[in-house]
Design a protein around this ligand. Structure first.
Ligand code: ADP
Length: 508
């Protein structure tokens, strides 16, 4: 492991500090660039809404007390409400906190009226009254500057001016042509824009304090999270080191978050698998050395007898030596097969062949070999089934399964091989009448070097590799396989294989 990798602690603190810094920068950007425009937008919305409400109230002829309602609106929204006609006569006024119409000349009022009408019936301005008065159109001088319309008004000032407007304390003036007393009149609303300079200052300071506190909290939080996450990881790490040293009886069940407890569970599983493998390896060495020693002892014994005692040089004794040598070479072949299959170097050599014929030839080979020993191997089939598979490997499967069935079958020495076909899928079963296999052992027998029930009736010779080879060949072919067995009533090993051609046969 590289020592220069950054610890989670510093990473977390780094993330937290950058987060707070980002947040600080963002808040400041919002405050500097957007606070004024947000404020203005809200104000514009408010004044327009107020205008709408006022028009509705004025239109409502049933509301005899509308003057009071308007007064309330004016008070609540700090708004001056004035209504005057094109001749400049003020018909209604709530000049709270101040009115502007009362400070205009008749001509100015008339100009305001005309301008609003020309602007489409409503007009919005962000200026103080004096500056409006300075406007050329207000003084009715020909060749007037273009009047901003309702929506474009704000954009006619540049950003800088807008900001200054707010800071110097301008007014927001809204005018709208309405019908009042059955005549066309001008509704003039005016509200103050509070200077935001001081507010903005306060917000800045608040943001700074809040961020300082946030920074302290985030560093504390980083430490808490670090302790919560990192401690269990460190515990797991030190235990994993023990595991690597070969201490398999270790338990990883440390608390912590789900991911860490999942990691611990996985390591627990790895520890138990490793200890199983180690046990299996130990068993294998014991098994293999035993399996090697037995035939070697026999071979040496027979050879010595044949050398030392005249007349013992008989064909039977030589046959025994040959048989034992075969056993040795079978054992070595099994070990090589399984290591090749498991290392993944084995490739399938697919071809179409009759699995029915393969079964027949395996049985024939056995019959020659076991003929005199009273075994009854029966093949039940009614079709000749062709499959696309690796015939050598499938023959090895058949050989191993039939070999096991013969080894482990009951006293009646009967073994049945059954081939059935259902919608182009053949099922091959190898049935014996032996003692059967415990349910817990049924899963384990497919493992390498596993030898079940040391209580077999007859002494059996095996490496514990046969079924593992079978399983690997099934997996390589992608075949479904299994075993059905009940203690005391034999076992049935089976697999399914797709048929590519099916021929009828005359008799079973
Ligand atoms: P072995 O060389 O020991 O037979 P296998 O891998 O072929 O190795 O089988 C593993 C174990 O499964 C055997 O030791 C045996 O206990 C059990 N087994 C296999 N086939 C049968 C069977 N037909 N009946 C009962 N037990 C069986």
């Amino acid at each position: 492991m590289k020592a220069d990798k950054v610890s989670i602690k510093w990473k977390l603190i780094g993330y937290m500090v950058s987060f707070v810094a980002m947040e600080f920068i963002l808040l400041n950007i919002f405050q500097v660039f957007f606070l004024d425009s947000f404020y203005k937008k809200i104000k514009v919305g408010e004044i327009k809404n107020a205008a709408k409400t006022i028009v509705n109230i004025i239109d409502d002829t049933d509301n005899v007390d509308y003057q009071n309602t308007l007064k309330n609106i004016a008070r609540e929204s700090s708004l001056s409400i004035e209504v005057f006609d094109s001749y400049g006569n003020i018909h209604y006024s709530v000049d709270r906190p101040f009115g502007i119409a009362s400070n205009m000349t008749v001509e100015e009022k008339n100009n305001f009226f005309t301008k609003t009408k020309a602007n489409g019936g409503s007009m919005l301005m962000f200026e103080d009254f004096d500056s409006i008065k300075r406007r050329s159109w207000f003084k009715n001088i020909p060749g007037i500057e273009p009047m901003p319309n309702d929506n474009k008004e704000l954009s006619t000032h540049n950003e800088h001016n807008q900001k200054n407007d707010v800071q110097r304390g301008k007014n927001l003036i809204y005018s709208q042509i309405i019908e009042y007393d059955n005549k066309e009149m001008l509704l003039l609303l005016c509200t103050a824009i509070t200077p935001l300079g001081a507010t903005s200052q306060i917000i800045s300071v608040t943001i700074r304090y809040a961020n300082a506190i946030l920074l302290v909290f985030s560093i504390l939080l980083a430490f808490v999270v670090y302790r919560k996450i990192s401690k269990p990881i460190m515990m797991t790490n030190s235990k994993a080191k023990l595991l690597a040293e070969g201490n398999y009886n270790i338990s990883f069940n440390e608390g912590g978050y789900r991911e860490i407890s999942q990691l611990n569970k996985t390591l627990d599983y790895a520890a138990s698998e490793l200890s199983k493998t180690e046990q299996l390896q130990r068993d294998l060495i014991a098994n293999i050395s035993h399996d090697l020693r037995t035939p070697l002892t026999m071979i040496r014994g027979y050879a010595e007898v044949m050398r030392d005692i005249p007349g013992e040089n008989s064909p039977e004794n030589i046959q025994t030596i040959i048989d034992e040598t075969n056993r040795l070479s079978n054992l070595v072949t099994d070990i090589l097969d399984i290591s090749k299959l498991q290392s993944g170097v084995t490739k399938l050599n697919l071809k179409v062949f009759s699995i029915t014929d393969s079964i027949k030839s395996v049985i024939e080979r056995y019959e020659k070999f076991m003929g005199s020993k009273g075994y009854n191997v029966v093949f039940e089939y009614d079709k000749n089934v062709y499959v696309n598979a690796d015939d050598i490997k499938i023959t090895q499967v058949l050989y191993n399964l039939i070999n096991n069935a013969i080894k482990y079958t009951g006293n009646d020495k009967k073994v049945i091989i059954r081939q059935t076909v259902d919608s182009y899928r053949a099922k091959i079963e190898v049935v014996d009448t032996g003692e059967g296999i415990d349910e817990e052992e049924q899963k384990l027998i497919w493992d390498k070097y596993y030898k079940a029930g040391k209580n077999h009736k007859r002494s059996t010779v095996g490496t514990g590799l046969g079924l593992s080879i079978v399983k690997n060949i099934f997996i390589l072919h992608g075949l479904k396989y299994g075993v059905e067995s009940k203690k005391g009533s034999g076992s049935t090993f089976y697999f399914y294989i797709d048929a590519v051609k099916i021929e009828n046969v005359e008799k079973c």
